[in-house]
Design a protein around this ligand. Structure first.
Ligand code: BEZ
Ligand code: FE
Length: 308
């Protein structure tokens, strides 16, 4: 280019920045990337122009983002946690899973899905190490939106222990404690044994915790069990079944609780006819997962193991 006769237009004022950056990105080949980056730059610049950060505030914000990355490794995912407490994960979930075809509603994946839980037989207990808490018998069916049973569906289950920690956060728990994969039977049924979940705080020892404290927010999640239910020819369901008070559900720090996925956790004070060893009281929860037809996919796990 002949810079002498046609000098490039240089930025001289605030209003020049957005059109100049958009022009610089105008040759992006991928149309979806071009759309996303254009809207991102437009909104980012609008946000900056509206809030007018000081240089110190900008440095602090960049440092916060750097720390989110530095705190993320194969055992802990602060990036997912940040997206969750900002409501971004729940918004993405609702955009992509509206539950309008009668399927079970979804909920955010969260940062603690490993993807490598052992395959179990129906009836197995996923409490692999000494785990406090009341026994829970969880059962139900995987069915289509027409009510027909889905055999051979995979249910990948994980939950925190009643002390409020996932096994990868807690060296006293055995590898894959409170994690397991179950396959639905010919009539769509699945069943497993566990411990009744408790509410727990999300990790607050990193930059997300700094933000939550600055906002005077409680870090609590209501008690729940996570499920990924997948079957060929069906859209994969990523969800959580909740067991908690209405107040705890409404105060979910990551905005994941929905009424349709609150389970009926029933307390029993007489011995279980099939499992007389279960101490009293124990709980049962029966929940049928309804899948809609679609593409079966699995999410990329945010973490991949437990620190040994
Ligand atoms: C969870 O349910 O495992 C979770 C979700 C979002 C943030 C932290 C934990
Ligand atoms: Fe959880």
């Amino acid at each position: 280019m002949d810079y002498v006769s046609t000098p490039p237009k240089l930025i001289t004022k605030e209003a020049d920045v957005t059109p100049t950056v958009l022009a610089a990105m105008a040759d992006t080949d991928n149309p979806r990337l071009k759309e996303i980056m254009t809207v991102l730059v437009e909104h980012l610049h609008q946000f900056i122009l509206k809030t007018r950060p000081t240089e110190e505030e900008f440095e602090y914000a960049l440092r916060w983002i750097v720390e989110i990355g530095q705190r993320t490794n194969e055992f802990h995912n602060e990036v997912v946690l940040a997206a969750d407490v900002l409501g971004a994960s729940t918004l993405i979930d609702l955009i992509n899973n509206d539950g309008m075809q009668g399927e079970t509603m979804s909920a955010l994946l969260g940062p603690f899905y490993r993807g490598d839980a052992p395959v179990c037989a129906n009836g197995d207990c996923i409490a692999r190490s000494q785990t406090p808490g009341a026994t829970l018998f969880f059962s139900g069916r995987v069915i289509g939106t027409d009510g027909a049973p889905i055999a051979g569906a995979m249910l990948d289950v994980w939950q925190a222990s009643p002390v409020g920690l996932y096994e990868n956060q807690d060296e006293t728990q055995e590898d894959c404690n409170l994690r397991g994969k179950f396959i639905s039977e010919a009539d769509g049924r699945y069943h497993f044994r566990s411990v009744k979940p408790a509410g727990y705080p999300v990790p607050t020892d990193g930059p997300v915790g700094v933000l939550l404290r600055a906002q005077n927010r409680e870090p609590m999640r209501p008690a729940h069990v996570h499920f990924i239910v997948s079957a060929p020819g069906h859209k994969t369901l990523i969800t959580q079944i909740f067991s908690d008070t209405p107040e705890a559900l409404a105060a979910d720090v990551v905005f994941g609780a929905k009424q349709q996925i609150v389970g009926n956790f029933v307390m029993h004070t007489a011995p279980h006819p099939d499992y007389p060893d279960a101490s009293l009281p124990f709980y049962t929860c029966e929940y049928d997962f309804k899948l809609v037809r679609g593409k079966s996919t699995l999410p990329v796990p945010p973490i991949s193991g437990k620190k040994s």
